[in-house]
Design a protein around this ligand. Structure first.
Ligand SMILES: [Zn+2]
Length: 281
């Protein structure tokens, strides 16, 4: 083989290998056997019913259940089974709050509408995404239920959710602020609905930065409830929680790490803005 054809073979092999790795990663993400974990309680009123790589959170009120994000495909069974395993009835899910209209958060929403009569809520901007071609993976499009606007609230029994539209990752990322209880003691929690920088354009990056600024201005946030476990060390914190003794702090109550995380997101976003501006010129 001459040098050139050897080089060609080398590149083809590298290409095939990297394709193989990527498709394997994808199938591991989509594989419910790989993704299934035992659901667990984090606060008096909050449970993790998500998968390994993407979250679903169950908030329990005195008037029914609220589910944050719906997983997708076969992974949605993880949430439904988890809710039952924890002793709750999925028929009691009053609302499914979708953090943004990417398949990994919205993909199971239609099932909750059809099987359990849940009301699906997201922002108008992200409802509009459901009528456009899906960005990463197709999913069953939910029936348009409720639109949530910035600053609105939802009360269910004594539970109150406060909504913010924090666009960037998608045009209508929905973030929710609510109270979690640790042995009856309240803590302010935020679920930031879309932290990933996998989008493009100067304008969207500016929207994202503005969203981070607004989150930074929220006072007294003590708990980060991330919609991907990696964004808030969910499993590491849960390990600590299991070994917690009387008098120990709750490992999810960690205002410093919330602030530090937002600082990192801001730094990365400012770097992205610079690159987006250069690319636009
Ligand atoms: Zn997303």
């Amino acid at each position: 083989m001459n040098y050139l054809s050897r080089k060609t073979v080398f590149f083809v092999v590298v290409l095939l290998l990297s394709y193989g790795v990527r498709s394997q990663e994808l199938s591991e993400r989509d594989n419910p056997e790989v993704q299934r974990i035992v659901p667990f309680q984090v606060f008096d009123n909050l449970y993790y019913v998500g998968a390994r790589w993407v979250s679903a959170w169950l908030l329990v009120s005195d008037q029914g259940l609220i589910l944050f994000d719906s997983l997708y495909g076969d992974l949605t069974d993880i949430a439904i089974d988890g809710i039952r395993e924890l002793g709750f009835d999925p028929d009691d899910i009053r609302y499914v709050i979708v953090s943004h209209a990417h398949y990994d958060h919205i993909g199971g929403a239609r099932r909750f509408q059809e099987e359990f009569g849940s009301v699906v809520m997201m922002t108008e901007a992200d409802w509009n995404m459901t009528t456009e071609p899906a960005e990463y993976q197709e999913y069953p499009i939910p029936i348009r239920h409720l639109s949530v606007s910035d600053g609105s609230t939802l009360n269910l029994g004594r539970t109150r959710l406060r909504f913010m539209q924090t666009p960037g990752h998608t045009p209508g990322v929905l973030s929710t602020r609510f109270t979690v209880y640790d042995n009856g003691y309240p803590h302010d929690a935020v679920l930031f609905g879309g932290a990933g920088l996998n989008f493009s354009g100067v304008e969207r990056t500016e929207m994202y930065i503005n969203s981070i600024e607004r989150l930074m201005q929220l006072e007294n946030i003590e708990v980060n409830i991330p919609n991907h476990p990696d964004s808030g060390e969910i499993f590491e914190r849960y390990e600590i929680l299991q070994e917690r003794e009387d008098g120990d702090l709750h490992p999810f109550v960690d205002p410093e790490s919330w602030d530090a995380w937002l600082d990192i997101l801001m730094r990365n976003a400012l770097g992205k803005l610079e690159r987006e501006r250069e690319a636009a010129n």
